[in-house]
Design a protein around this ligand. Structure first.
Ligand SMILES: [Zn+2]
Length: 327
């Protein structure tokens, strides 16, 4: 009975899942991306804020759930009460009256109106708000905290900006399978299986069985967010990509030399090695066969939830195989 209940819950969870397995690969059209980029750069020039911070804020909001962002050039949604200030409702979008009522809304396209549905106005408004604090990295961080009042949100935006700055583009959709294809490995879908250790927790990830010491790759462009020991995970490392997704690697033998928290990685970068660490105090190893535990967590702006990485691993494995054939 319990099993059926859990299975039903899993199916419901899967059905309500906010993005299909291929969503990561689709994204917006190239034309829309170019248009977005042009607007980031225009607004950057007008405000003195580097374009990659504006792009990172937009990207962060683009990945929040329940947004009607499909046709919108800029996904940032500034709440009405913030936009219009004490005037509250958007009867009067005159920039001068919004200023009078201490609203944030600003006119970015020169028509004297600050309209919350106009992408140029929206981007210029958020940039103007941040610019009031300053344009250094630290100023921007402080301004983001005042705006979002959430540590993970600020960290994700700052890290995404770091990625955009480093690679000079917002197109970071390439992915890699976490292990080299020429090594022996095996995995199956174990999402939601019960597990013995640590009480009644379900298995939140995919176990990829391989030998000790097989290199472990970054699957995505991202920033290392965590590294160290954990009772269940052993030596584990985690990185976040620009889609607000946290990628978690556990039971490692060890880490790649020089990899530390805050580092930028790209698909295929070695970050660690397969092992069997965990289920005890630091250094415990060999309580189970060596494998990589791979987990994925989505941040929805309020909390993080795990979802099944198996379909993604299948796609990345397929793509890596194709590339190998072609290359
Ligand atoms: Zn596992």
């Amino acid at each position: 009975m319990k099993k059926i209940l859990i299975a039903t819950l899993m199916i419901l969870l899967f059905m309500s899942f906010p993005f299909p397995a291929s969503a990561e690969e689709t994204g917006k059209s190239d034309e829309a991306k170019q248009e977005r980029m042009a607007l980031y750069k225009k607004t950057a020039a007008a405000t003195g804020l580097p374009w990659y911070y504006l792009a990172a804020i937009d990207q962060y909001e683009h990945n929040l759930p329940n947004q009607s962002k499909e046709e919108k050039l800029i996904a940032i949604e500034i709440p009405e009460e913030k936009w219009f200030g004490a005037a509250k409702h958007g009867e009067d979008a005159n920039e001068s009256s919004i200023l009078w009522f201490n609203g944030l809304g600003r006119d970015g396209n020169g028509d004297k109106l600050a309209e919350p549905e106009n992408p140029e106005d929206v981007l210029y408004t958020i940039a103007s708000f941040i610019q009031k604090t300053g344009t250094t990295k630290n100023d921007i961080k402080i301004a983001l905290w005042h705006y979002y009042e959430r540590d993970l949100t600020v960290q994700t935006i700052m890290n995404t900006a770091k990625l955009y700055e480093k690679f000079g583009t917002i197109e970071l959709d390439e992915r890699s399978f976490p292990l080299p294809l020429h090594h022996n490995y095996s995995y199956r879908n174990t999402w939601g299986d019960a597990r013995g250790f640590g009480g009644r927790r379900i298995h939140e990830g995919t176990d990829i069985f391989a030998n000790y010491g097989v290199p472990v790759y970054a699957t995505t462009y991202g920033v290392i967010e965590l590294k160290g020991w954990n009772l269940y995970g052993g030596w584990r490392i985690g990185l976040r990509d620009s889609n607000n997704i946290y990628h978690y690697y556990a039971h490692l033998n060890g880490f790649e030399k020089g990899v530390s928290v805050g580092d930028v990685v790209k698909p295929g970068d070695v970050i660690g090695y397969v092992g069997a660490s965990g289920y005890g105090p630091p250094g415990t190893s060999g309580k189970f066969p060596p494998h990589l535990h791979y987990g994925m967590y989505k941040d929805n702006g309020r909390s993080e939830f795990s979802f099944d990485p198996y379909p993604y691993l299948k796609i990345w494995e397929q793509k890596s195989k194709q590339q190998k054939k072609e290359g």
